[in-house]
Every structure is written in C-alpha cells, then in structure tokens.
Design a protein around this ligand. Structure first.
Ligand code: SAH
Length: 340
C-alpha cells in the first residue's frame, strides 16, 4: 500500500508516470495532499485516477480525540488519534511573529529523561513522515490559523526517527507544499551525537536545539540517561562540529529544576562550558509532571543574571497554555489513564 502523505513530489511523479499520467498530475496531487484534502476534494484529478489511487494506498485523516483551548493565551492542544488507535499531541502557539506548531515525532519516547512525561510509558513506535505532516496540516485546518513556524519539540526524540523526520522536513519545506522555510523550523534533541553529525551533513538551515539541562556529567547522567553513553564533553564537541559545518548557532535548552541544576556553581560551569561556542541558552521553567518528584526552580532570574554577567546570551521561555497541560506528554498520558 502506498503511503501518499509521506511521499515526496518526485516519488509521486514516478508513481503517476507508471500509471500513464502526465507530470502535472503529480504537482496537483502533492499540492492537494499538502492541504490535507481527501480524495473527494481533489476535483481537478480524474475520478478514475482518484479511485485507483484510493485502492492502492492510504490517505488517513487523524481524528482530534481531544482539543483544549487555553483561556489565557489561545494556545490549542490537540490529541490526535492515529490510524492504529495510538495518540500523539500537537500544540499550536500564537506569537506576535506568527503561529508556531509543536509536533510529535514518535508515539512515546525511549530516552528516559527524569523530568519528562513523554517517556513514562517508553516508546511505542516511530511516526511516519506523513503522520508528522498531518499534525501541521490538521492543526491548520481545524484552527484556521496559518502555520508559519514548526518546532519538533513534542513527544519523541526526532533524531531517533531520523529518516522519517528528514522526509517530513523535505515535505513541509517544499515550494509546492507548505513551503515553510528551514529557518522557521527548530528541531530539538536530547543530544544523540552520531545523529547530530549525520544531520550536519545535510547543512539544513534549521535551528538545532540541544537539551542540555546540566553542565556536568554527574547531574546530566542522573536526569538524562542518554548522557551515560556519551558525556557532556563529547556532546559539546559534536555541537561545535555542527556549527562549523552548518554555520547555524545552536540553542541550548535548560529546564530549571529545584536543587538539581540551578546552583550558582552550575551557572558558572555552564558559562565555562559554552565559552567560545557560538550559541545561546534557553532557560525553561520546569513544568511539573505529576509522576515526578522534581520541582520547578525558584532561581531562574538569578541563574539568568549570573550567566549574562559571564557573557552568555540567555532567554527565558515564556510559558504558554499553563491551564491546559500544554507541556508535552501530559495530555496523552492523562487520556491513556482515563481510557484504561
Ligand atoms: N526529545 C527531544 C524533544 C522533545 S522535548 C529533546 O529531548 O530535546 C522538548 C523540550 O522540552 C526538551 O528540551 C525537553 O528536555 C523539555 N522538557 C521535557 N519535559 C519537560 C518538563 N517537564 N519541563 C520543562 N521542559 C521539559
């Protein structure tokens, strides 16, 4: 069965050529697919062709199993039910510079970070490129808000699903599709060094965010099991190589956890770690996860000041959708528990 939503225009062209169709049909089809259309809506394609395509492949439309709208700031969180009944979350955030959609890349996650709700049940499966794309398309269709920015910061580790994520990037970036520029896309990783090196080879102009969360191996290994295989020093070397290859500054994410990674000494260590490495730090007030004993830090402002005094560029992430469980993994978890 063909998975049309995951197919690039040139692949659709090859398929349609085999069916004896002219080249412009592939452009028409790709453009319809990129708008989330169903077969009935594709009125400029011959009916016989649509019927044949429908017989030989799938065009699934995810269903919004839940939708929560924040009364505070208009953030919308969707829980999409996929073809096989699994659910993933997508968040639409409204900023002055445009609408940003935060997509999931896997059902669950196997990275095991201590503070993250997405990883509590482990990884169920990877999403296909089409399933990642559908989150953008149907968020746009349902909300009526045109999406201008994408962040791969939902459930899952994008670089643990490398090929499908790369394909997704090509699909949304394509001029005949959503045409979202790479500079409007951020990809967040817990720091899989081999895959960061692999990604660098493509020299994409997206923003790479690295979830650092601690400047020393002791703390980082405690909260992020991935660090037990490759420590902070190797990770930073990889980040420097990434910058050299792509010319893109890395954004380091740092979720502030009370008594774990928020001391003055750790701020100093972080500043030292980043010295001579182009990039900036994004401090994230920890979202409390029910199942976790970790608490949000009360030292965000002091930590920020201390970094700034040492020449580090720092931003603090604004919290959106606080009233709707908008941090990733929480809605899927609650829904799964309710459905049991
Ligand atoms: N797997 C990727 C992307 C998913 S999470 C990664 O690890 O980067 C996106 C960001 O949210 C990551 O920086 C992640 O560490 C962070 N995060 C996860 N749970 C959080 C929580 N409870 N509070 C604050 N940030 C959290």
């Amino acid at each position: 069965m063909n998975d049309y939503k995951s197919m690039l225009p040139e692949e659709l062209a090859a398929l349609l050529k085999e069916l004896g169709q002219p080249a412009f049909r592939a452009r028409q089809l790709f453009s319809w697919l990129s708008r989330g259309a169903c077969w009935e809506e594709m009125t400029d394609l011959p009916k016989g062709l649509r019927e044949q395509l429908a017989r030989e492949g799938t065009l699934f439309r995810p269903e919004a199993a839940r939708k929560q709208v924040s009364r505070e700031d208009g953030t919308i969180k969707y829980l999409w039910r996929l073809r096989d009944g699994n659910c993933v979350e997508t968040v639409l955030m409204r900023y002055q510079h445009g609408n940003t959609v935060c997509v999931s890349s896997q059902v669950g996650c196997r990275m095991g970070c201590a503070f993250c709700a997405s990883t509590l049940g482990g990884k169920v499966r990877d999403l296909t490129a089409g399933e990642i794309l559908d989150q953008v398309l149907f968020t746009q269709v349902d909300s009526g808000a045109p999406v201008s920015n994408i962040v791969l910061m939902g459930i899952g580790e994008p670089l643990d699903n490398f090929d499908n994520v790369l394909r997704f990037l090509r699909l949304v970036n394509h001029p005949q599709g959503l045409n979202i520029g790479m500079r409007h896309i951020s990809l967040s990783t817990c720091g899989l060094t081999e895959q960061i090196d692999k990604l660098a080879q493509y020299e994409l102009q997206l923003t790479l965010s690295v979830s650092l969360h601690a400047p020393d191996d002791g703390t980082r290994s405690r909260i992020m099991p991935v660090n037990r295989r490759v420590g902070v020093e190797k990770l930073m070397e990889t980040c420097r190589r990434y910058f050299e290859k792509t010319g893109r500054r890395i954004s380091y994410e740092y979720a502030m956890i009370d008594g774990v990674n928020d001391s003055d000494a750790q701020a100093d260590q972080l500043a030292a770690l980043l010295r001579g490495t182009p990039g900036h730090v994004n401090l994230i007030p920890l979202n409390h996860v029910e199942e976790s004993p970790l608490k949000p830090s009360r030292r965000v402002a002091a930590f920020q000041k201390r970094l700034e005094r040492q020449g580090v560029t720092v931003t603090v992430r604004r919290k959106l959708g606080g009233d709707i469980d908008a941090s990733c993994g929480q809605l899927r978890r609650k829904a799964a528990q309710r459905d049991q």
